[in-house]
Every structure is written in C-alpha cells, then in structure tokens.
Design a binder for this molecule. Structure first.
Ligand code: ADP
Ligand code: MG
Length: 352
C-alpha cells in the first residue's frame, strides 16, 4: 500500500484525467476490501487519535468488550503513546478472557482486542496435566522434603530468639528461613493453582509482606523501594498468600530489570470502582514485541527464567475479579498496574 501511494504521489502532477480515474478506482476497490476486512475480522480493532479518543472501531471490538468501545476506553486506561497490554475477564455478553493490546502509531494508536479464553484455558490445562506432571511431582517431592527441615529450623530459631532477644544473627537466620519457606510455598502454589480463598483485607498487606521477605534482596542490590499510599484505602476481597505471590512476581521482575542502585516505586490508590496498585521500575523496559507476548506461558528473556510468573499472576488477579496491565518502553522502565474491585463492588457484581 505504501509503495502504491508513494508512486501516485510522485507522478500525480503528470497524470491525465483518465489515469487519475484509474488510480481512483483502484484505490476505492482497495478501500472497500479493507473496509470489509475491518468489519468482518474476529479481532477487535479500535483506532485512537493522539488524545486517546476513539476515531473508528469495528463490530468485533464492541462484541468482545460487551459495550461501545468509546464507553469502555476510560476503564481500560490506555495511553496511546505507550505500547501496552492487559488481560481482562468480561462477563457480558458471555464470560471470557480478552487481551487488549495497544500499538502506538504516527497519528495515535491501534488497539487490538482478542478472545484468549480458549488459549488460556488450554495452557492452564497443560500446566496441570501433560508433560509437566512428572516434573511437578518431582519438584513437589523435593519442595516437600525441604519444607520439613525448614519448619524444624524455623521452630528452633524462634525458640532461640525467645532466649536471646535482640540477637541480630538469629533474627537474620529467621528472616532467611522464612524467605526460603516463602519461595517453596510460592512454588507449590504455582504448581497447584487453586481458587483464591477470599477474605476482606487491604492490598497493602500482601505488598508489605512481600517487601519484608524481599528486603535482603533489595538491600544487596542497593535498590530503593518507595511505597506511597494515597488516602484511606477501601477494602478488597483477597487471598493474601496468592496476592503476595502476584506482587512477589512483579517485584522480582522489577528487581531483575533494574541496575544496581535502581528505583522501584509502588503506589496504592483507589477510585470509585477499584483499588489500584502500581509498581514502576526504572529498569531496561521492554520492546513492543516483548509487551505483545507478555502473560503467555514460557515467554522469558532470562537464562534461568520460567516465563510463568506473569501468567500465574494474571490468572490470580483475574480470579480476584481484577485486572493486571503493563506499560513499557525500552530504556524507560516498566509499570505494572493491578486493579482489584472494591469489596462492595465485587459483592454487587456477584449478586447481579
Ligand atoms: P520470568 O521472570 O521467569 O522470565 P515472567 O513471566 O515473570 O517470567 O516474565 C516474563 C518476561 O517478561 C521476562 O522474561 C521479561 O522479559 C519480561 N518482564 C517482566 N517484567 C519486566 C520488567 N519489570 N522489566 C522488564 N522486563 C520485564
Ligand atoms: Mg519473573
């Protein structure tokens, strides 16, 4: 297409009426077939201007979002200048998981919406059964074997702590043992995904829990972590252990992305619908292509990565009725945004 336009532009001064009519006819045929494609393709496409206003959208985008794209835009929180991707569960007109991807263009952005319900179910199925079973059983066995002596260590260290109050060495040992226990716990959780055990609580709790377990790792790399809580936080329904796993995965990725001495900023805030946690790092960031494949299993850029952390985190957040989104650009760091519905909203959604 670009070649065609360039050619026409170069020669337009020399074209006679007949020639121009011919090119016009070609162009209108092309436009008509692109328009048919736009209207019939099963992928939702939304064209945004530079301000994020919907310029054009196709019927599939409305079907997949369950509402007019212009009405859905505010809650998607897309900024057209940044490549981003998020997964969300929609309940209307049917229950499904959709992936919303934003690709910046010269004039604004293109937003693609895809139904990934079957894909996600399949990978989760595969994770539970199939080729991973042998590895899972072995790993679970090993983790279990490590778990028992760790429990004994922890128990005895706590006794020691009681008889030696204020001993930094004992306290440090306890911290490290708890950290190991946490890792193993998270590992077993990842292998055996379970529905969250929801209880009323604050999003700040799992984050603070994570920061406590990860403190030694941050200090070692001289990474500064700031936690900023804006206003009183409404309660959410959460499974603290599972949400700790989510923030552990996100924070660990940030820690792995930043240089020594880097920064991670965590903010907690709320709006009418949700409690919003953002984790922003000033690390290496991601290319639009990397962003495009995020949340897919086994996608890793790390030598010893599993590429499962974000897939599991995304499932946990969706099981909480929330969404997880990422925004990133190479060299500009990465921001993860986790939104959980305020408890009264969630109860209403379940009743409705
Ligand atoms: P793993 O950490 O095992 O690779 P994840 O699912 O946690 O698996 O992450 C998948 C990939 O996403 C990572 O390999 C990395 O390329 C990218 N990624 C995730 N978080 C960040 C971040 N904060 N900064 C840069 N890249 C990231
Ligand atoms: Mg990871």
């Amino acid at each position: 297409m670009k070649g065609f336009f360039d050619g026409v532009r170069r020669h337009i001064g020399k074209m006679d009426a007949e020639h121009l009519r011919e090119q016009y006819a070609r162009l209108s045929d092309e436009a008509a077939s692109l328009d048919t494609l736009f209207r019939t393709i099963s992928i939702g496409i939304i064209v945004l201007d530079a301000q994020g206003v919907v310029v054009k959208s196709n019927p599939a985008s409305k079907d997949l979002l369950g509402m007019e794209p212009a009405d859905a835009m505010p809650s998607l929180g897309i900024s057209p200048s940044r490549a981003s991707k998020r997964e969300l569960d929609v309940t209307y007109p049917e229950e499904r998981t959709v992936e919303v991807q934003c690709v910046p263009t010269d004039t604004g952005a293109l937003v693609y919406i895809r139904d990934v319900t079957a894909e996600r179910e399949r990978t989760e199925e595969e994770l539970r059964a199939g080729a991973t079973r042998a590895v899972r059983d072995l790993a679970a066995g090993v983790a279990h074997e490590i778990g028992n002596p760790l429990n004994a260590l922890s128990l005895n260290l706590r006794l020691l702590e009681r008889t030696n109050p204020g001993d930094e060495g004992v306290a440090e040992c306890l911290r490290q043992v708890d950290r190991l226990a946490g890792i193993i716990h998270g590992f077993l959780q990842a292998l055996r995904p379970s529905k969250p055990n929801l209880a009323r609580g604050s999003v700040a709790d799992p984050i603070k829990g994570c920061l406590a377990t990860m403190r030694a790792q941050f200090e070692e790399r001289r990474v500064g972590v700031a936690l900023d809580i804006t206003g009183p936080l409404p309660s959410v329904a959460l499974d603290k252990a599972q949400m700790e796993q989510v923030f552990f995965n996100i924070l660990k990725n940030s820690l792995e992305a930043v240089k020594d001495g880097g920064h991670i900023d965590i903010t907690l805030s709320s709006d009418d619908d949700s409690v919003i946690a953002t984790v922003r790092d000033d690390g290496q960031g991601m290319t639009p292509d990397q962003v495009a494949h995020l949340f897919e299993p086994y996608r890793t850029t790390k030598e010893h990565g599993t590429g499962l952390g974000l897939m599991i985190s995304s499932r946990i957040v969706r099981d909480h009725g929330g969404t997880i989104a990422v925004e990133s650009a190479p060299g500009e760091g990465t921001t993860f945004t986790v939104r959980l519905p305020r408890i009264e909203r969630r109860i209403r959604a379940l009743e409705g």
